[in-house]
Design a protein around this ligand. Structure first.
Ligand code: WT7
Length: 567
């Protein structure tokens, strides 16, 4: 029997107080995610239970109990507090998936500060815009990422502390750097946790939109209520599970379900800090006897591509439940996983903004391969008309995915941008920005995004951010960036550019520009193809028509561009 039991019964009797009661939380009292994920689990008698199995890219292994997690997060919290960092300060985590990343996440929350996790593969420009926007006061990082921070720190007057976790303990230097290693710091047994309340800010994740710079999605400690219950009912985590979430905490899946969900339930999880390889992943599942695996369609498609033979070399019989997030999960992938693992991947749909799973296939529910499933109990989801914003009752008709606001993990605003936040609500609905249909059984079927944001391997990339970065290259006159279809990553970035006088199109220049973007932004944002153009298609008022280029890449009808031309 799964944790959720009967979905229909849960729908009838649902209240978020189910999670509040299980977490012994009473409205108006203190709620701190750092405490819930470590101290409370120890108090419940699981101090010696393994919280984390870690394996680095060189194969180095470590393991930590919940008591180790409690002590390490206390120690980091105390260190930050001694530096003078306080509640509501933004502290960025810019690290690979090393154990310190997970401990620091809880340590920052324990002092009531706001944790801002950023993907360690980000280049200096991606890093700069996010630190600048959040007016981040401290960044916790590793030696290997220091050069990127050194490049931009002069432009970041608010960034007072650059804390390096793999350097011996040092005092703050003139250039704001401080060495801090957990190994040479005595563990802090008792730490007074900052008394955060439900609405105290907790996590700040940056996400990309079509226009403007990335937006900081502000979450609060009360998000725990949704994250705990969805982890329990959707990911179906149980006491004896070994859980593997393949997402990096630089992205919301890696925090909501790679830290908060499993640890608030006191479940053992494993982390593999290395890139993708089918044999390495299968070996990891076999070695740690992973029972619950939460991954993404691009990874599943890559495993499919690696072939069915390689799987046979491993014993994967420990797997009990599989789930996926981030992009459309093709029906082929569901069918394949059933054949290969004897289990279907359960799709989960949600966003950085929603903070927790919104639409999903529940354990025990009939899966229609290719469908995302149904809204979580307590969530009112609908497809609304893109003009009237009224729910579409007709089955099979395309509309916008919308939710009634008010679930615990919902974002509270976009950092310093309340206006953009308010734009997400129309006619009493939160608009996700995605399109779908609903069938006669109430299952949601994903159609696509309602904007130009590119979803590459489950990561959102803003065409605007890439276009702006392209313009900084000396050879680029104009640029337009769109998604191009890709067998494995679903979409990849494609750029169209015109050259400035004096530059000649060549494949060397194409490579140079690609590298320029990879260094500045990230390998995800790097165009996989650059096409030289004499002119870019424009409206009469001079606006570049991405839509025309997009349609060309996808072999679609361009549609009516007369309005665009006049715009
Ligand atoms: C966007 C949100 C929250 C986890 C990671 C992504 C797309 C997400 C699915 C799915 C089809 C999906 C949507 C959404 N997306 N899950 N199951 N099927 N598309 O978070 O970076 O905020 O991206 O990812 O377009 O709006 P994110």
């Amino acid at each position: 029997m799964s944790n959720i039991g009967s979905y229909e019964d849960r729908l009838k009797n649902f209240a978020w107080s189910i999670a509040e009661d299980e977490l012994d939380y009473k409205s108006g009292e203190i709620i701190n995610i750092g405490w819930y994920c470590s101290d409370r689990i120890c108090q419940k008698g699981k101090a010696d239970k393994i919280a984390l199995y870690y394996e680095g890219f060189e194969g180095n292994e470590k393991k930590f109990t919940f008591n180790d997690v409690r002590l390490a997060s206390n120690t980091i919290g105390a260190f930050l507090k001694n530096l003078g960092l306080k509640n509501e300060d933004r502290v960025c985590l810019f690290m690979d998936r090393i154990p310190e990343l997970y401990f620091a996440f809880l340590g920052v929350l324990k002092i009531g500060a706001v944790v801002q996790p950023l993907f360690s593969a980000f280049g200096d420009e991606s890093l700069f815009v996010r630190l600048d926007n959040a007016q981040t006061r401290a960044i916790i990082t590793q030696n290997k990422h220091l050069s990127k921070i050194r490049k931009i720190r002069e432009k970041l007057p608010n960034l007072e502390f650059i804390i390096v976790v793999d350097q011996v303990r040092t005092k703050k230097t003139e250039n704001r750097e401080i060495g801090f290693s957990l190994e040479d710091t005595p563990p802090v047994e008792k730490f007074t946790i900052f008394p955060t309340k439900a609405e105290s800010p907790s996590v700040l994740h940056y996400t990309s939109g079509t226009t403007g710079q990335p937006k900081g999605v502000k979450h609060v400690h009360y998000s725990l209520i949704s994250q705990y219950l969805t982890t329990k009912w959707v990911l179906d985590l149980r006491d004896d599970d070994i859980y593997w979430c393949t997402a990096d905490p630089g992205w919301v899946t890696g925090t909501s379900y790679g830290i908060i969900g499993p640890w608030s339930l006191g479940v053992t999880q494993c982390v593999l800090d290395s890139g993708f390889s089918a044999p390495a992943w299968y070996k990891f599942i076999e070695k740690y006897k992973v029972t619950m695996w939460y991954s993404a369609p691009t990874a599943i498609r890559s495993l499919m591509k690696a072939g069915d033979e390689v799987v046979k070399n491993y014993n994967l019989s420990s797997l009990r439940h599989l789930a996926s997030v981030g992009e459309p999960l093709n029906s082929e992938a569901v069918i394949w996983s059933e054949r290969i693992f004897g289990k279907q991947f359960h799709d989960t749909f949600w966003q950085t903004e929603t903070g927790s799973i919104m639409i999903t296939n529940y354990p025990g529910m009939k899966i229609k391969p290719g469908s995302m499933g149904k809204p979580f109990p307590g969530i009112t989801g609908a497809i609304v008309d893109s003009k009237t914003f009224e729910p579409i009752l007709e089955t099979g008709k395309v509309g916008l995915i919308a939710f009634k606001p008010g679930w615990p993990a919902m974002m509270r605003t976009y950092w310093n941008n309340n206006e953009k936040y308010r734009e997400k609500f129309v006619n009493g609905w939160y608009l996700s920005g995605d399109k779908a249909t609903i069938d006669s059984d109430g299952y949601f079927w994903f159609i696509g995004r309602d904007d130009d944001v590119i979803n590459t391997a489950g990561h959102l990339v803003s065409p605007f951010e890439v276009e702006s970065a392209l313009l900084e290259h000396p050879a680029v006159g104009e640029s337009a960036v769109v998604a191009k279809p890709d067998e494995v990553n679903m979409e990849v970035v494609k750029a169209f550019i015109t050259l400035k006088p004096g530059f000649t199109a060549s494949s060397d220049l194409e490579l140079e520009i690609m590298n320029f973007i990879r260094k500045k932004l990230s390998s995800l944002a790097m165009p996989q193809e650059i096409e030289y153009m004499d002119n870019l298609p424009k409206t009469r008022s001079g606006k570049i028509m991405r839509r025309v280029l997009h349609a060309r890449e996808w072999g679609e009808e361009i549609g009516d561009i007369s309005t665009l031309e006049n715009d």
